[in-house]
Design a protein around this ligand. Structure first.
Ligand SMILES: Nc1ncnc2c1ncn2[C@@H]1O[C@H](COP(=O)(O)OP(=O)(O)OP(=O)(O)O)[C@@H](O)[C@H]1O
Length: 249
């Protein structure tokens, strides 16, 4: 059974279509990137998949169950980390917070927090508050929070758009590493073509608004990937050129 199935999904704001007719599946363990031009409806699509916005048409199913409202085994990492962390809680307190609804013992919660913070390299910052951290570190806390939750599916909406280029590269590699260790299924939305090719097993290319899927590309790059050598391969250049052509079409 597919992890995620989106079938004929559409969403309109006040009668104006933002997402037109989107269908695709994500298999367990896959990392799929959705890339599309600015304003094409990427965030709207992701919000519908997360159950935060009811679709106007079509359906979303998570491991076979129709999504109506936010599913309990789904985590979302947003672009705006500063608004998604609780400023009065410590780093460990932020990561632990959603686990309270998981029915876990205190010992299990603590062990998951420690493991997730070590995955993102923030064990030493467990007792600090978000305002004491850099932007990249705050986003790592958001990722750790999602990982500790161990969702069936992790949704990421432009997760690295608000950090500098070096931090962005580091966070991309972090997602690849923890995804491999945790065996997670990830659906990541980005407007950055290179980022989509670097991270994904498959890339879905969206049209201009209202969004439809115009192309699905399998990324046949070997793993582990490397910021310098992978981006210099013929396959990488061919895929990014193909996606750019589709987006400008
Ligand atoms: N709450 C809303 N009410 C009305 N229209 C909206 C709302 N949110 C988004 N839109 C419109 O829907 C369209 C798609 O917006 P959306 O934010 O989903 O696109 P996006 O691809 O994520 O954009 P960007 O790349 O700039 O982040 C845009 O025309 C936008 O103005």
């Amino acid at each position: 059974m597919s992890m995620l199935e989106v079938a004929g999904l559409g969403h309109a704001y006040g009668g104006v279509d933002a997402v037109s007719d989107v269908s695709f599946v994500v298999e367990p363990g896959e990392l799929v990137c959705i890339v599309g031009p600015s304003g094409c409806g990427k965030s709207t699509l992701l919000r519908c998949i997360a159950g935060l916005l009811p679709p106007t048409r079509g359906t979303v199913s998570l491991h076979g169950d129709r999504v109506v409202g936010v599913p309990s085994d789904l985590a979302v990492v947003f672009q705006d980390y500063s608004r998604s962390l609780l400023p009065w809680r410590t780093v460990a307190g932020n990561v632990e917070f959603p686990l309270r609804d998981r029915g876990l013992s205190t010992v299990e919660r603590r062990s998951r927090v420690e493991e997730a913070l070590s995955w993102v390299g923030l064990s030493e910052a467990a007792g600090k508050h978000p305002f004491e951290l850099s932007g990249g570190m705050q986003q790592r806390v958001s990722i750790a929070r999602a990982l500790a939750y161990r969702p069936a599916l992790m949704l990421m909406d432009e997760p690295f758009a608000s950090v500098d280029a070096q931090t962005r590269a580091d966070l991309e590699d972090l997602v690849l590493t923890v995804r491999a260790s945790a065996g997670m299924t990830v659906l990541l939305v980005t407007h950055d073509i290179d980022e989509s090719v670097y991270l994904a097993d498959r890339v879905l290319v969206l049209s201009q608004s209202p969004a439809t899927v115009v192309e699905t590309l399998k990324v046949d790059l070997s793993s582990p990937r490397d910021q310098i050598t992978t981006r210099g391969t013929d396959t990488f250049v061919r895929l990014r050129t193909e996606i750019a052509r589709q987006i400008r079409r």
